[in-house]
Write a protein that binds this ligand. Sequence first.
Ligand SMILES: Nc1ncnc2c1ncn2[C@@H]1O[C@H](COP(=O)(O)OP(=O)(O)OP(=O)(O)O)[C@@H](O)[C@H]1O
Ligand SMILES: O=c1ccn([C@@H]2O[C@H](COP(=O)(O)O)[C@@H](O)[C@H]2O)c(=O)[nH]1
Length: 243
Amino acid sequence: MIRGFKRILLKLSGEALMGHEPYGIDPVEATRIAHEVQAAVALGYEVCLVVGGGNIFRGLAAAAKGFDRGSADYMGMLATVMNALAMQNALENIGISTRVQSAIPMPSVCEPYIRRRAERHLEKGRVVIFAAGTGNPFFTTDTGAALRAAEMNCDALLKGTSVDGVYDADPKRVPGARRYDRLSYSKVLADDLKVMDASAVAMCRDNGIPILVFNIREPGTLAAVLRGEGTSTMVTSEEQALG
Ligand SMILES: Nc1ncnc2c1ncn2[C@@H]1O[C@H](COP(=O)(O)OP(=O)(O)OP(=O)(O)O)[C@@H](O)[C@H]1O
Ligand SMILES: O=c1ccn([C@@H]2O[C@H](COP(=O)(O)O)[C@@H](O)[C@H]2O)c(=O)[nH]1
């Protein structure tokens, strides 16, 4: 276990659920990711999960095509609820107990977000999946993840995405971009490194929550990162990044 870490929040990009498909949810990939989460639970971590919605709907992209931004963002949040239910299904199929809590109440579908209730679920060893981001348009699930990580007193936010860390430029666009092992929140913000939203980075900085960025598509990486191995980038305060 990474020294001092007990409770983590894992943020998965929605696109991770697509697997090799161009859109939507690939059940085989959801099951593979569920096994990754199972490995984290087996290491003794309490796990909070937030899934993005980019495999189904992104508000900003829809707004660019003429949708009203507020409505588009609510559609995006509903997409994250679908992904949360897919991950709940995949996890429960392999014997992991879960609860889904949505920031937009929909009592026939899942629990509403109640912080103290989520706390009890975690204490009982359940994986709590937080759906619908912050519940507000003009945000993203990165910020929702940072918010829930702060509320649930998580020791770290792990962002599982399609790149293996934070680079000095977008590695998908800039050949030769260089990956950082460690860097500070202020460097991410000052250099406008877009691996994560600035509001999410600022929230982690203000609450002293380390961010670890790793490639969720690479099997075994989540457990490796949690053991202090594997390829990732850790974002912390300046003092911690230097030390
Ligand atoms: N400096 C950088 N370092 C690393 N990745 C970067 C950087 N700048 C941009 N990126 C891009 O950020 C993306 C990571 O964000 P991700 O795809 O996880 O988005 P998301 O909005 O969190 O998820 P979703 O798929 O649900 O929309 C990577 O695909 C990567 O290409
Ligand atoms: O707090 C939030 C979180 C999300 N949204 C909308 O959902 C989509 C999908 O989330 P990603 O973080 O992009 O995966 C996002 O594009 C927003 O439209 C939101 O409005 N508020």
